[in-house]
Design a protein around this ligand. Structure first.
Ligand SMILES: Nc1ncnc2c1ncn2[C@@H]1O[C@H](COP(=O)(O)OP(=O)(O)OP(=O)(O)O)[C@@H](O)[C@H]1O
Ligand SMILES: [Mg+2]
Length: 326
């Protein structure tokens, strides 16, 4: 069981202007390193350590050297280069967000496009380093002890990052192995999850042939394969058909019933109403409102944009009054 907290989280992305992405002293951009092998290109489960490509290219090939800095760069060129660096855009994605999600709660983050929801999830899941502030999963400081944190979390990212070179079952098995599950346990759990997510018949197929909704289901199955204490779902129902959405809600509820914490982002008020104990509305990187989801409305899978729907949220928690989606 793990509580999730953040304190004054701030994230400023610095985006260089397109020209500044050129090589040193305005020269051509260095050649990209050689294409990664299928394994290296595979999305890594949380905790995986990215391996740098070897310095040497394929047999006989020499690494492409970046252009040497021009030691005698003329002053006007130097001034132009410095001016370009100053043109970098600063995007304040999070502007001092403090949240406290008690253990066992389903907490929803809502807000318009670009509000900072994915950045928030990125920081809490060790993928985005905050500019200021701190975050904790249970007692562990996310950015001081990311390795410990990764053991306790599962993530469904906004954009699926499944390994297209593998079958669905292999993805689950590799994920289980990464988290130290025994061969027997991971085989049993993989089969159980394929069944639960209605993928059994396609479990041996390469994921490259999966539809968007099937990939989304597999992403969730992978995220809960190792039974993490905290589950992060970044827009889990985007692109799902109504039945699959209901299945997803049911699975999230089941998962939460074991007192596990779930943090999800969504644009759908009905989803927040149906699933969440509490929600926060985030806009321009700030929490503008927090409380329980508003008055009931029919929990139909018909999408309702959070930016257009009235939020109607109330302070407090309503764990005991959760409704059924059916
Ligand atoms: N890697 C990045 N580099 C530069 N800017 C970024 C990066 N990631 C996010 N941003 C910017 O940060 C802001 C917040 O983005 P974020 O993805 O967190 O929003 P969001 O609430 O998840 O939006 P959506 O609902 O569209 O998914 C946006 O202005 C976005 O352009
Ligand atoms: Mg997002």
């Amino acid at each position: 069981m793990a509580r999730v907290r953040t304190e004054s989280l701030r994230k400023v992305f610095v985006v260089p202007p397109p020209r500044a992405r050129r090589g040193p002293r305005g020269g051509p951009a260095p050649a990209p390193s050689r294409p990664a092998s299928p394994t290296a290109a595979s999305p890594q489960p949380p905790g995986a350590v990215a391996t740098a490509p070897p310095a040497e290219g394929p047999a006989g090939a020499r690494p492409t050297a970046a252009p040497e800095p021009d030691a005698e760069e003329p002053e006007p060129a130097r001034r132009r280069r410095r001016a370009r660096a100053r043109e970098a855009t600063r995007v304040v994605a999070l502007d001092g967000v403090s949240l406290d999600v008690p253990s066992g709660e389903i907490f929803g983050l809502l807000g318009p496009n670009g509000a900072g929801k994915t950045t928030m999830v990125g920081i809490l899941t060790t993928r985005v380093r905050p500019t200021e502030g701190r975050a904790w999963i249970g007692e562990d400081d996310v950015w001081r002890d990311p390795v410990r944190v990764k053991r306790h979390i599962g993530v469904v990212p906004q954009r699926p990052n499944l390994d297209f070179q593998l079958t669905a079952r292999e993805i689950l098995l590799f994920h289980g192995a990464y988290f130290g599950m025994s061969g027997k346990d991971r085989a049993r759990r993989a089969d159980e999850l394929l069944e639960r997510f209605q993928l059994t018949g396609r479990g041996g197929d390469l994921v490259t042939g999966y539809s968007g909704g099937m990939q989304q289901r597999l992403s969730l199955a992978r995220a809960i394969m190792h039974e993490p204490e905290v589950l992060f779902l970044d827009e889990p129902s985007a692109g799902l058909d109504p039945q699959t959405r209901l299945l997803l809600w049911e699975i999230v509820r089941e998962y939460n019933a074991a007192a596990r914490t779930v943090i999800l982002t969504t644009h759908y008020m009905d989803e927040a109403d149906t699933l969440c104990d509490r929600i926060a509305i985030i806009d321009h990187g700030r929490v503008i409102q927090q409380g329980t989801p508003g008055p009931s409305r029919p929990p139909s899978p018909a999408a309702t944009s959070s930016s257009s729907a009235s939020t109607g949220i109330r302070p407090g928690c309503r764990r005991c009054s959760r409704r059924s989606p059916a």
